[in-house]
Design a protein around this ligand. Structure first.
Ligand code: 2IT
Length: 447
C-alpha cells in the first residue's frame, strides 16, 4: 500500500470529517509495514475497501417535548463492516454527534470487535439529541421516535445496537419496548438489556472491569502491580464507575473523576462503596455536573473548569469522550511521573498526545483494545440470548477476563518493538485488521 497516497485520498474523500480522518490515519500508519509484507491485502484492495463504510443510514427523528413543542433531531446508523459477524456497536445520544462522529466510532468498532475473538462486525449509531435536563417522558418519546425509524435497519442476525454515551439501561429499555411493539418479537436485537428480560450479568460493569483487566496485563508486562497505584479517571458515567469499582477492589487509589464542569480530587480515594454508588446517583440526575460530589464528601475538592490530568498520578484512564486528553495534558502527566495511560473512552487521546506518550515510553493502550470488554460482554449477552439461558456473574466475569488477556497478548504479539517497548496502538490495529481482512478475502468481492 502507498501510505501517502491513501492518506491523501482519505482526506480528499472525507472533507470536514476530522475525527474519521484521525481514526483512519492512525490505522493506516500502523498497519502499512504489515500490509506491505503481505501482498494478498493489496491484491484484493483490502485497505481501500475497509476505509469505506458498507452503509450509512441517516434519518429524521421528530418528537414533542413536555411543553408541546415539536423537536427535530438527526438519527444515524453507520454499518461499517459485516465480514466477521452482524454489525455491532453502541448508540450515542450527545449534542456533539455528527456523521463524522458516527463514522469514526463505527470504524474503530470494526477493529475492536475483531479483537474480542467473538463474531461481531462493526457499527455505530446515535443522535444529536441532548439528554441533559430532559424529563423521563421526553427521553421515552425520543427513544420511541428514534426506534420507529431505526428498526427498519436492525435485527438480531443483522445489526445489534447497544448503549454508549447518553444511552444506558433506561434508554435501552424504552427502545426495546418500541421495537417489540412494532415487530411483535422478543429477540436479542439490543444488548445492555435489563436482567429480567434478556440482559447479561456484568454488562453494566464490563467496560470498566475489562479496562482494568487490560491495565493489569500492562503492569504485569513490566513486572509491576496495581496495588497502591494512584489513578486519575475522567468522567463519572457508567465506564468510570465500572473502572472505579474494579480498581478499588484490586487496591488502587482512584483520586479523580470529572464532568463537563470540572474535576473532583479526593486524596482519601474514591474507593468506598458509598462514593462509587454516589457517582451513579449523580449520573441518574442527568444534570451532567460532578461538583455536587464535593458537597457530599468533605475529603473531595472540586476544581472548576479544569481537567484531571494535572493531578499527580501513576496511571491515567480517560473515561469520558474522544480527544479529551491533549498533547499539553500528556506532557503534564509525563512531568508528574505517570507511567501508564489507558484509553477507556473511544479515541480519548489526540494523535499528538499519543505521539508524546509513546516517545516518552509511557505504556499507552488505545481504546479499541482497552475498552473492548464492553462490547465483548455484549457478545456474551448475544450468546446467552441465542441459547436462551443466562450465565452466572462469575461465568461472565471469567470469560471477560479471558478475552481481555487474549487482546493484551495479541497487542504484545504484533506491537513489540526491538527495544522491548510495547506499541499497543500498532499491535491492536494489526491484530484487529488481520481477521477482518482475511474474512473479506475469503468472501470474495462483496463489499
Ligand atoms: O464503544 C463501545 O464499544 C460501546 N459503546 C459498546 C458497544 C456494544 O455493542 O456493546
Amino acid at each position: 500500500m502507498d501510505l501517502k497516497k491513501l492518506v491523501a485520498e482519505l482526506e480528499a474523500k472525507n472533507p470536514a470529517q476530522p475525527l474519521y480522518i484521525q481514526a483512519a490515519k492512525e490505522v493506516l500508519e500502523t498497519i502499512a509495514d504489515f500490509v506491505n509484507a503481505n501482498p494478498k491485502y493489496d491484491k484484493y484492495a483490502i485497505v481501500e475497501r475497509v476505509l469505506e463504510p458498507e452503509r450509512i443510514v441517516k434519518f429524521k427523528v421528530t418528537w414533542v417535548n413536555d411543553r408541546g413543542e415539536i423537536q427535530i433531531n438527526r438519527g444515524y446508523r453507520v454499518q461499517h463492516n459485516m465480514a466477521i459477524g452482524p454489525y455491532k456497536g453502541g448508540l450515542r445520544f450527545h449534542k456533539t454527534v455528527t456523521e463524522d462522529t458516527m463514522k469514526f466510532l463505527a470504524f474503530e468498532q470494526t477493529f475492536k470487535n475483531s479483537l474480542t475473538t467473538l463474531p461481531m462486525g462493526g457499527g455505530k449509531g446515535g443522535s444529536d439529541f441532548d439528554p441533559t435536563g430532559k424529563s423521563e417522558a421526553e427521553v421515552m418519546r425520543f427513544c420511541q421516535a428514534f426506534m420507529t425509524e431505526l428498526q427498519k435497519y436492525i435485527g438480531p442476525e443483522t445489526d445489534v445496537p447497544a448503549g454508549d454515551i447518553g444511552v444506558g439501561g433506561r434508554e435501552i429499555g424504552f427502545m426495546y419496548g418500541q421495537y417489540k411493539r412494532l415487530r411483535g418479537e422478543h429477540v436479542g436485537v439490543l444488548t445492555g438489556k435489563g436482567l429480567e428480560w434478556g440482559g447479561s450479568l456484568i454488562r453494566p460493569e464490563a467496560t470498566g472491569f475489562g479496562a482494568t483487566y487490560f491495565l493489569q496485563g500492562m503492569l504485569a508486562q513490566k513486572g509491576d502491580s496495581i496495588k497502591g497505584k494512584r489513578v486519575a479517571l475522567s468522567g463519572f458515567g457508567n465506564v468510570a464507575w465500572g473502572a472505579a469499582l474494579k480498581l478499588a477492589e484490586l487496591g488502587a487509589k482512584v483520586v479523580t473523576i470529572s464532568g463537563p464542569d470540572g474535576y473532583i480530587i479526593d486524596e482519601d480515594g474514591i474507593s468506598t462503596t458509598e462514593k462509587i454508588a454516589y457517582m451513579d446517583e449523580l449520573l441518574q440526575t442527568r444534570n451532567n455536573v460532578v461538583a455536587p460530589f464535593a458537597q457530599k464528601f468533605p475529603s473531595a475538592k472540586f476544581i472548576a473548569g479544569k481537567k484531571p490530568w494535572e493531578a499527580k498520578v501513576d496511571i491515567a484512564m480517560p473515561c469520558a469522550i474522544q480527544n479529551e486528553l491533549t498533547e499539553e495534558d500528556a506532557k503534564t502527566l509525563i512531568a508528574n511521573g505517570a507511567k501508564y495511560v489507558v484509553e477507556v473512552s473511544n479515541m480519548g487521546c489526540t494523535a499528538e498526545a499519543v505521539t508524546v506518550l509513546q516517545q516518552a515510553q509511557v505504556a499507552f493502550a488505545p481504546g479499541k483494545a482497552a475498552n473492548a470488554g464492553g462490547v465483548a460482554t455484549s457478545g456474551l449477552e448475544m450468546s446467552q440470548n441465542a441459547m436462551k439461558l443466562s450465565w452466572t456473574a462469575a461465568e461472565v466475569d471469567e470469560k471477560l477476563n479471558g478475552i481481555m488477556n487474549s487482546i493484551h497478548d495479541n497487542c504484545v504479539k504484533y506491537g513489540k518493538e526491538p527495544n522491548g517497548y510495547i506499541n499497543y496502538v500498532k499491535g491492536a490495529n494489526i491484530a484487529g485488521f488481520i481477521k477482518v481482512a482475511d474474512a473479506m478475502i475469503a468472501q470474495g468481492i462483496a463489499y
